[in-house]
Design a protein around this ligand. Structure first.
Ligand SMILES: *[C@@H]1O[C@H](CO)[C@@H](O)[C@H](O)[C@H]1NC(C)=O
Ligand SMILES: *[C@@H]1O[C@H](CO)[C@@H](O)[C@H](O)[C@H]1NC(C)=O
Length: 137
């Protein structure tokens, strides 16, 4: 290879390397908003895991306190839209009520369940964005 060809080769290699580095940095993160709610009930473990299985880099989810102080995965102030229960989340106890509710046949997870899900080997690089909901009635 002549010096000229070598220089071209070097420049092309450098530009490919630069392109790859740049592409990786500029690729937007794919974030599962409340999991994969189009197909699975929002903020359930199934929905969150499915979002990751389909390629999400990160999850965004909501936490809220129950009357008896449990941190649960819930966006709304009330249980009505996403579960078969009714009433304000902060008026209801986890024990003996919310723990038995279903969201399209999926249980309502507590925050610890989601942390456990993300501790699995296959999920260890996942980012979690937690939206802490407060009493805003
Ligand atoms: C909601 O559904 C679950 C599962 O069918 C049931 O165990 C629970 O008692 C139901 N809760 C209410 C308040 O209807
Ligand atoms: C709902 O969940 C219960 C308990 O996990 C299960 O026995 C039942 O088959 C499920 N029903 C449907 C329709 O998925």
């Amino acid at each position: 290879m002549s010096f000229f060809n070598l220089r071209i080769f070097f420049l092309i290699s450098l530009s490919i390397l630069y392109h790859n580095v740049l592409a990786q940095q500029l690729l937007p993160l794919c974030i599962g908003h409340r999991g994969y709610p189009d197909k699975f009930p929002e903020n359930t473990l199934e929905s969150l895991q499915k979002a990751l299985n389909y390629g999400a880099d990160a999850l965004e989810s909501d936490v809220r306190l129950t009357k008896d102080g449990q941190v649960i995965m819930m966006h709304d102030t009330t249980l009505d839209r996403t579960t078969n229960g009714t009433g304000l989340v902060d008026d209801k106890n986890w024990f003996d009520y919310i723990e038995y509710l279903k969201s399209d046949n999926e249980s309502i997870p507590i925050f610890q369940d989601v942390l456990d899900l993300l501790k699995r080997d296959e999920n260890k690089d996942v980012l979690l964005i937690v939206d802490i909901k407060v009493n805003d009635r």
